[in-house]
Design a protein around this ligand. Sequence first.
Ligand SMILES: O=P(O)(O)O[C@H]1O[C@H](CO)[C@@H](O)[C@H]1O
Ligand SMILES: O=c1cc[nH]c(=O)[nH]1
Length: 256
Amino acid sequence: MNNKMLYHIGFSKADLGEFPPEIALLSGDPQRANFIAQTHLQNVQLLSENRGLHSYLGDLPNGKKILSATSGMGAPSLSIVVNELVQVGIQKIIRIGTCGSIQPYISVGSIVISKGALCRQGAANDIAPVEYPATADPFLTVALVKAAQELKIEHYLGITASVDTFYEGQERTDSANPYLIRSLNGITEEYRRLNILNYEMEAGMLFKMAGVYNFAATAVCAVVAQRTMSEDVILSKKDLAINNAILTAICAAANI
Ligand SMILES: O=P(O)(O)O[C@H]1O[C@H](CO)[C@@H](O)[C@H]1O
Ligand SMILES: O=c1cc[nH]c(=O)[nH]1
C-alpha cells in the first residue's frame, strides 16, 4: 500500500486525510453515491468522478469518516473498484444496491439483506474457484438487520442470486434478444424453489473478494422489481425502496 493515485477510482490513500475511513458504502449507480453523500453525510468532499465512478469522503452524523463510492454495474467493474478501495485502506464494504425479488412475499419497496450469494459470475472465477463460498460478513450483516428492525423497515434476510446479465441471466424475455438459451429457461422458478430471495449483479463477486482479500462485506438491496409478477422495474416505488436501503446502511455503518 502506498500513496499512489489509483488508476480507476482516481484518488490515493493520501487524499483520505489524517484519519482515513475504514468503511465504504458502495452503490452501483453514481447518482446514488452522490445522493448518499449529499443527504446523509457531513463535511462532504468530492474525491473523484473518473469514468463515472464518483467517490465522496464525508462524516456520518456521529463523526465517523466514511466513503460513498460507485462500483458501476456488474462483477468486472465492481472487482476493479473494490481492489482499489482495499489498496487505499478500506476494510469494510456495504453494498447498497437495487434488485428484483423472486419470492411472491417480497414486495417492491422492501429491502433484501444478503447473508450469502449464489455467484453465477464469470469474473469471480478469476478471484477464486467456482466452489469458493460467497458469504457476507456475519457482523456487518447482523448490523444491517438490527438497523432495519430499529427503523421498522420491511426487510428480508437470505440468499441472493448474483448474475452477470440483467436480461438473459435474470430470465427476462421482454428484450432485444428473441432467444433465451435452454439452460436459463425456468431458472427463476428453480432459484425460487431453492429459497433464493432476489436477483442482482454484484454481491457474489464482492463476497468472494472479501473472503480472498480478507476484508468484511455485506449487501442491502432495494427491491425495485417483483419477478413473480412482472419483468418491469416499478419506477413509482423505486425511490422509496432505495431510501429504505440507504437508511438501513447508514444506521448500520454508524454502529459498526
Ligand atoms: O442499482 P445497482 O447497485 O446498480 O444494482 C442493480 O442494478 C443494476 C441493473 O439495473 C445492476 O448493477 C444490479 O445489481
Ligand atoms: O430486477 C432487477 C432489478 C434491479 N437490478 C437487477 O439486477 N435486477
